[in-house]
Design a protein around this ligand. Structure first.
Ligand code: F55
Length: 819
C-alpha cells in the first residue's frame, strides 16, 4: 500500500485511513474516545505494516540471490523506541507529522507515548542495536537473534535516595505495535534427560540425546528499517512457552524431576532479562535462557539455509554467526550436535563447518565477567552438549601438547575445563578454540586481549585475535536526537552525512568561524534548555543553562568510578564553603545509572550521590554554583535528551577496565568535550581530535599494573592530600544525612580499608587538576566552541557503519545486497 518514503510518493489519505482503521478495529477506540496513547499505537501499527511488507520482500530477495548473511546472536538488544527512528529511516517524518496534525494529533507528543523496549543492560546490548541499524543502512544481509523477554531491564525509582526496582512490562497490555509474531517459525527446544548409544539399520553406532522435556520457541520479528533504502531486516526474538508441568510425561517419571523442576519454577524461561552487566552469576535459569536462545536461532538459521535451496555442506560459505560475548557460546556445541547426531556427519566434517562459521566478540577483561558454567549443571541440563565440549577439549589439548610438549601449566591454563573442587567450563576458551575470528572492541582492549588475557592462544592461532573498534549509529545519535545540530551539519556538508559520516569532517573548516561558533553554541543552549525543562518537570529542580553541563551516564560500576566524580563534587563543595579565594564557573553534574539489584556498593554510591544532591541543590551558601542531578530510570529515550545537552562528558574508568565505551562517542559527536582516562576507545578518540580537544588524565594501563604489583596503598594518597581527605571525611560525617552519620561510610571504607581496587585515590589529584583546566577553558567561549565543533567534526571514525564495514571486510567476508 504505502512504500518507503524515498522510493514512492507518500499517500497521506491512505495513511490517515490506515491509522483510523487501526484505532477502531485493532484497538477499539473511536476518534472521540481515543487517548494519545491509542493514537500512538494506531499510528505505529500503520507504520509497522509498511515495514513488515518490506521485511518479507527483503527476506525473499536474499533467499533468491543466495546471499551470504551474518547472524548476530546476542542475549541483549537495547533498541530503544522505534517509532521516531523508523520514521526517519523511512523518510516519512514530516509527512507523518502533517498527516497526524490533520487528525488533530501532535507527532512529538505521540512519540513520547512509546515505552522503551529495554531488552539489554548497557553498552553491549546498545552496541547490538547500533550494529543492526548499520547493517540495514548499508544493506549487509543480516538477521539479529535475541530473546523476547516479557520484562526488560527493571525500572528504577528512588525512595529516600535509594534505588528501588520495579518490573518493566515494556509491551504494555496492548502489545508492542512494531512486533509481529511468526507462528510458522516456531521451534521445539529440548532440555535435561540423558544420552544413549544406538545402532542404525546399517549397524553404525551413534549417540543420541533423549530429552527430559521440551519447550516451544515462538518467533517475534521487529523490523530493522534501512535508512533511505528498501531493506528491512528482522530482529528475531524468541519467546519461550513451556507446556504445563503436568504434560511432561518423561519429565515426571525419572529421578531427575526434583532436581530439574526448580529452574523452571521462575516461570517461562524468557520471563525476565538478567540485570547484571559485567558480572556473571552462574544461575541455572540463565544457562537455560542461553541454550533456548541458541537452539532456536541455530535451528532457524538451518531452516533459512535449506529454504533457500542450499546444502548443509555450504553452511559456512553462506552463513556466519557472530557471538556477542560468550553469552551465546552454547550455539557451538549445539551446531556440532545437530550436524553429528541429526545430519550424521563425522566429527571432522562437522568441526570444519563450525569452526568456519562462528566468530566471537570479547567485551571485557574483568575476571568476574568471564563466564564459566559448572560442568555438573551443563551435564544435567544439556548432557549431549557436555559430551561434545569434552571432545572439543580433548582434541584441543592434543594441539596444546604438540605446541608445548610436556607443559602441564599451559594445558591447565588453556583448557576449556577448569579443574578444581567444582569443575567449570570456561566459555571464552571454548570460543577462542572454536571460532575463526576473535575480536576486541577497541584498539587498546584488543591489544590487552592478546597480551594479558589470551597470549598463548595468540601464539597458537596467529591472526585469529583481532580488533574492531566499536561505533554508534549517527542516525539515532545525531540526526534523530539532535535536530538542531543536524540542520547545521546538513547546511555545511550536505544532507547525506548520516550514511557518509566522513563528510562531517567538513565542519572543521568552520571551527574558527565566529558566526558558525555562535550558531553551534546556540544549538547547544537549546538542547541544554530541553534537558533543563525535563529536569524541572520530572524532578522539580531549577537549572541555569549558563552553567557547565557535566554528564556521566552509564551503568553504575566501581570500575567506571562514579565515586571519583562524587569525590570531586565533594571537594568543590568543601572549597566553595571553606576557601574564599576559590572561584568556579557554575556547574551542573548529571548522573544517570542503574545498579545491578544485588550490587550493594553500587547502590550505596547511588544513595550517596542522591544525598549529596539533596543538600547541595538547596544550600544557599553555594550561590547556585553547584548542582547535582541524578536522573531516575536512565534509559535510551533519556539518553537522547542527555547526550545533545552535554558540555562535558565523563569517561573516567580505571585504565584497562573499560573495553571500549560507546557513550563517549555519542557525547563527542554531539559537541561535548571529554574528560577521560587513557582507556577503551578514549585512546582512539584522542587520536582523532588531538590532545588540545580532549582532557586526558590519570594513570596509564601499565602504570596501573605496576602500582598494583608494587603494593598500592590508598592511605598514602589520603594522608598526603588535604583536599582528598576533606572530601573523603565528608562521607563519614552527617553533613548529607543530618543526625545520621555513617550512612555514606561504605564508600570511604571500601576505598581505604578495602584497598581501593580501582585506584580512585591514585587518580584523584590529576582528575581535580584537569577539571580546573576545563573550568578555565569554558570561560573562553570562542575557544570552547572551536574545540566542541572539532569534536563533532572529527568523530566520523566512530560511526557504527565503519565498525560494520570492518567486520564485513576483515571478518565476515560479507557484501552488500541492494534491495
Ligand atoms: C551483560 C551481561 C553479562 Cl553476563 C556480562 C556483561 C554484560 C554487559 O552488559 N556488558 C557490557 O555492556 N559490556 C560493554 O560492552 C560495550 C560494547 O562493546 C563496551 O563499550 C563496554 O566497554 C563494555 O563494558
Amino acid at each position: 500500500m504505502i512504500k518507503n518514503g524515498q522510493t514512492q510518493q507518500f499517500d497521506k489519505a491512505a495513511f490517515k485511513a490506515a491509522v483510523e482503521k487501526h484505532l477502531t478495529t485493532t484497538y477499539a477506540y473511536t476518534t472521540e474516545s481515543a487517548t494519545p496513547h491509542a493514537w500512538y499505537l494506531a499510528m505505529a501499527r500503520a507504520l509497522a505494516e509498511i515495514s513488515t511488507g518490506n521485511l518479507l520482500a527483503t527476506e525473499q530477495k536474499l533467499a533468491k540471490e543466495k546471499a551470504r548473511s551474518v547472524n548476530y546472536l546476542s542475549l541483549e538488544f537495547l533498541i530503544g523506541r522505534l517509532t521516531g527512528n523508523n520514521l526517519i529511516s523511512l523518510g516519512l517524518y514530516e509527512n507523518v507529522a502533517s498527516a497526524m496534525e490533520e487528525l488533530g494529533q501532535n507527532l512529538t507528543d505521540l512519540l513520547e507515548e512509546e515505552r522503551d523496549p529495554a531488552l539489554g543492560n548497557g553498552g553491549l546490548g546498545r552496541l547490538a542495536a547500533c550494529f543492526m541499524d548499520s547493517l540495514a543502512a548499508q544493506e549487509y544481509p543480516a538477521v539479529g537473534y535475541g530473546l523476547h523477554y516479557e520484562y526488560g531491564l527493571f525500572r528504577q525509582s528512588f525512595e529516600q535516595g535509594r534505588q528501588v526496582e520495579t518490573p518493566d512490562g515494556w509491551r504494555g497490555v496492548e502489545g508492542y505495535p512494531w512486533e509481529v509474531v511468526r507462528p510458522e517459525l516456531t521451534q521445539t527446544v529440548s532440555l535435561y534427560g540423558y544420552v544413549e548409544s544406538y545402532l542404525d539399520e546399517d549397524g553404525n553406532n551413534y549417540r543420541r540425546w533423549v530429552p527430559g522435556m521440551t519447550v516451544d520457541g515462538i518467533a517475534w520479528d521487529l523490523p530493522i528499517v534501512g535508512y533511505d533504502n528498501n531493506s528491512v531486516y528482522p530482529l528475531r526474538l524468541w519467546e519461550c512457552r513451556s507446556p504445563a508441568p503436568f504434560n511432561l510425561a518423561r519429565f515426571n517419571d525419572g529421578d531427575y524431576v526434583g532436581a530439574q523442576y526448580p529452574a523452571l519454577e521462575a516461570g517461562n524461561v524468557t520471563k525476565v532479562l538478567y540485570p547484571n552487566d559485567n558480572h556473571d552469576q552462574g544461575k541455572a535459569l540463565r544457562l537455560m535462557q542461553q541454550y533456548f536462545h541458541c537452539a532456536c536461532s541455530i535451528a532457524d538459521i538451518l531452516r533459512r539455509h535449506h529454504a533457500a535451496g542450499n546444502e548443509i555442506e555450504d553452511l559456512a560459505k553462506l552463513e556466519t554467526i557472530q557471538l556477542n560475548d560468550t553469552h551465546p557460546t552454547i550455539a557451538i556445541p549445539e551446531l556440532m550436535r545437530v550436524l553429528i547426531d541429526e545430519y550424521k556427519m563425522g566429527w571432522e566434517a562437522a568441526w570444519a563447518i563450525c569452526s568456519q562459521t562462528f566468530a566471537y566478540t570479547n567485551h571485557t577483561l574483568l575476571p568476574e565477567a568471564l563466564e564459566t558454567w559448572s560442568e555438573a549443571l551443563i551435564q544435567q541440563m544439556l548432557p549431549r552438549h557436555m559430551e561434545i565440549i569434552f571432545e572439543i577439549n580433548h582434541r584441543f589439548l592434543k594441539e596444546v601438547e604438540a605446541a608445548w610438549p610436556g607443559n602441564n601449566d599451559v594445558k591447565r591454563k588453556l583448557s576449556i575445563i577448569q579443574e578444581g573442587p567444582q569443575r567449570m567450563v570456561r566459555m571464552a576458551n571454548l570460543c577462542v578454540v572454536s571460532t575463526y575470528a576473535v575480536n576486541g572492541v577497541a584498539a587498546l582492549h584488543s591489544e590487552l586481549v592478546k597480551r594479558d588475557l589470551f597470549p598463548e592462544f595468540n601464539e597458537l592461532y596467529p591472526g585469529r585475535l583481532t580488533n574492531v573498534t566499536n561505533g554508534v549509529t549517527p542516525r539515532r545519535w545525531i540526526k534523530y536526537c539532535n535536530p538542531g545540530l543536524s540542520e547545521l551539519i546538513s547546511e555545511k556538508v550536505g544532507s547525506d552525512w548520516p550514511v557518509h559520516l566522513e563528510k562531517i569532517a567538513g565542519l572543521a573548516e568552520f571551527a574558527d568561524d565566529e558566526a558558525f561558533q555562535q550558531r553551534f553554541m546556540a544549538v547547544k543552549k537549546q538542547n541544554k534548555q530541553r534537558l533543563a525543562d525535563w529536569v524541572k518537570t520530572n524532578m522539580d529542580i531549577d537549572l541555569d543553562t549558563n552553567a557547565i553541563f557535566d554528564i556521566q551516564i552509564k551503568r553504575l560500576h566501581e570500575y567506571k568510578r562514579q565515586h571519583l566524580n562524587l569525590l570531586h563534587i565533594l571537594a568543590l563543595y568543601h572549597r566553595l564553603l571553606n576557601d574564599p579565594t576559590f572561584d568556579m564557573h557554575p556547574r551542573v553534574f548529571f548522573f544517570g545509572a542503574k545498579a545491578a539489584p544485588g550490587y550493594a556498593l553500587a547502590k550505596d554510591i547511588i544513595f550517596a550521590i542522591n544525598k549529596v544532591a539533596e543538600k547541595v541543590n538547596n544550600d544557599p551558601r553555594l550561590g547556585g554554583k553547584l548542582k547535582v542531578v541524578f536522573v531516575p530510570d536512565y534509559r535510551v529515550s533519556l539518553a537522547e535528551i542527555l547526550f545533545p545537552a552535554a558540555d562535558v562528558s565523563e569517561q573516567i574508568s580505571t585504565a584497562g577496565k573499560e573495553a571500549s565505551g560507546t557513550g563517549n562517542m555519542k557525547f563527542a559527536m554531539n559537541g561535548a568535550l571529554t574528560i577521560g582516562t587513557m582507556d577503551g576507545a578514549n585512546v582512539e578518540m584522542r587520536e582523532e581530535v588531538g590532545d588540545d580537544n580532549i582532557f586526558i588524565f590519570g594513570l596509564l594501563v601499565d602504570e596501573v599494573q605496576k602500582l598494583k604489583q608494587e603494593g598500592y596503598d590508598p592511605y598514602r594518597y589520603y594522608n598526603a592530600d588535604s583536599m582528598l581527605r576533606a572530601a573523603m571525611d565528608l562521607l563519614d560525617s552527617d553533613e548529607f544525612t543530618p543526625g545520621q552519620p555513617g550512612l555514606l561510610s561504605a564508600i570511604r571504607q571500601n576505598l581505604l580499608e578495602g584497598g581501593d581496587p580501582y585506584l580512585v585515590l591514585a587518580d584523584f589529584a590529576d582528575y581535580v587538576k584537569t577539571h580546573e583546566k576545563i573550568d578555565a577553558a569554558y570561560r573562553d567561549q570562542k575557544t570552547w566552541a572551536h574545540k566542541a565543533i572539532l569534536n563533532t567534526a572529527l568523530m566520523s571514525k566512530f560511526s557504527s557503519d565503519r565498525s560494520i564495514r570492518d567486520y564485513a571486510n576483515n571478518i565476515w567476508n560479507l557484501k552488500p545486497v541492494k534491495c
